[in-house]
Design a protein around this ligand. Sequence first.
Ligand code: HEC
Length: 134
Amino acid sequence: MFKDSGCIACHNGEAVRGATFQKLGLVEPYKSTSSGEGRSAVTGKDIDRFNFKVPTLRNVELTYPYFHDGAANTLAESVTIMDRLQLGRKFSPDENARIVAFLKTLTGDQPSFTLPILPPSADSTPRPTPFAKN
Ligand code: HEC
């Protein structure tokens, strides 16, 4: 169902994500309390408004709340939003539950890594320069 519904157009490959930025609210606009700047905050282009990196769906069960503004608290809610806004469909409660069940199969071990320990900074240590906008 995940494949047949078209989710894989954006979420695909080993990490079930896209290597792309996609508009959130393709079919219907996304209603948000956020400014919806998205990628346009970096590119300065109006066309990139509401464009976001397609996130991986691996371990998505563990990474609530969902979307850039954390507006969806549950997987069921986020699937309803994706389904309607990205694909212009309306899953039945049973279909929604089946997609959520599939998403839960993507839960595995969380990656773990050791943080590097840096030497203490001194007055002469160069400070990071702010990220320059293009
Ligand atoms: C046109 C591209 C596109 C399609 C099709 C699409 N998605 Fe998404 N999906 C996105 C983008 C972009 C985001 C990130 C939005 C944001 O950060 O606000 C996202 C976010 C999500 C999230 C939240 C992930 C998180 O960590 O916040 C879930 C769950 C999800 N999609 C599931 C689905 C499912 C299920 C389908 C099929 C019904 C689907 N998507 C179809 C582009 C798409």
